[in-house]
Design a binder for this molecule. Sequence first.
Ligand code: NAD
Length: 474
Amino acid sequence: MKVRNPRTGECDYEIAPLDESAVAEAAARLRAGQADWAARPAGERGDILLRWAAAIEARADGIAAALTLDTGRKGISRIEVLGVAGLIKRWAGSAAAIIAAHSPSGAPTAQPTITTTTRLVPYPLVGVISPWNFPLTLALIDAIPALMAGCAVLVKPSEVAPRFIRPLAETIAETPELAEVLAVIEGDGATGAAIIGQVDYVCFTGSVATGRKVGESAAHHFIPASLELGGKDPMIVMASADPRKSAEIALRASIVNTGQACQSIERIYVDRAIAEPFIAALVAAAEKIRLNYPDIDRGDIGPFIFGKQAAIVQAQIDDAVSHGATIRTGGATENLGGGLYLRPTVLTDVTPDMAIMREESFGPVLPVTVYDTIDEAVALANAGEFGLSAAVIAGTAGEAESVAARLRAGAVSINDGSLTSMVWEAEKSSFGLSGLGASRMGESGLLRFFRRQALIRQEGEAAPIAAYAEESFR
Ligand code: NAD
């Protein structure tokens, strides 16, 4: 299968997607290793993962270089590699205590002679199916806590950005105990579909359309699914906010990674009282953003990673304009050396029924709507099918927070944007079509990989059958 290079448009790489029988073979091998892995104390699993983190750090340059070819941007590739090493260290250091805290032994019950002990029993094999926008991070964000829980893990990253898999696989091979229970395989949608029939739990990150298929297949196979899907995150900018600072926050939260982030701000609602200076500042700041072309070592945003995404975003912009929207800056995809780039695009005069206001863009697009009352802003922000995250900016955090609590979203950034990309501690659920299943953040990120087994101990006399005789109830 040919893989396109996002900077040149050339298909300069190939993968060999695993077919159904190869997936079954990989799954069987991992299952065979899982019992020994789960039998190790969590601290020992953590020590092995720490050696893996060191192997990743030692090969950081090679993995980052592959990710750069996959995505057409460099700095974020490095952030991904170091971030994943950090993630491993965080779970390696915290999992044992979380497991102990949730495994009470000999706990009393309402029955004086009966106590309970809770055992956390890991799902033997977890499947991970991940997207192309942060290829390394999203391949491993669920895999790492699953490994710490004692599961074996089969990961299938996106076929759009697979070059990092081979250098990553070397770090797994260098950690032999881990290689028994972790495999990262090449494959396409068919490979992903085959995984669901082989695993005991599936973690999927990607689009709503595919997420629906994965959820249906998981239901068919009677396994739990964590579905982390798309978003159309709104930001409300209140009258008391500083227009210039708010514009800078909105811009950053919209365009980092060329807007190819699930938690990107894709709709902005600004109070009429500050709309004019806010929009002026947003346009001015947007016009300063530089493409990382021709020199990848300079600039702020890269090309579209997935060529087809450029066409989707352009169609949304064109549709909005044909229905009366005004482009304040940007608006036209540029083909530079074969890569497809879009400068930050600010639109006004948008209406809620436009595709650009309802469908995920996954590009550096900022449609701005002016509102008159906060109730109107809340209603507009809550419209639509998604509910991933949101943001509110006001003069004080308290004022912003009172509005944040009214939003239908799993996480709301207050006086900032996209904070879910920086904070791991808080549990959050996806609302609406943005997902289903336990939070991947916070302790739940680990605990969802266990089934609970209750060992219920009778310390007194077992109840005689006579206790249930009709006479005993008279
Ligand atoms: P996608 O749904 O097209 O593909 C995701 C993965 O699913 C890929 O690995 C693909 O090969 C696989 N796949 C395709 N068909 C399949 C099938 N029938 N069964 C099983 N697997 C199958 O998504 P994408 O375009 O790679 O990623 C972009 C999407 O991901 C956006 O919607 C974005 O919002 C979402 N996303 C969500 C989060 C989150 O945490 N909520 C994070 C990042 C990205």
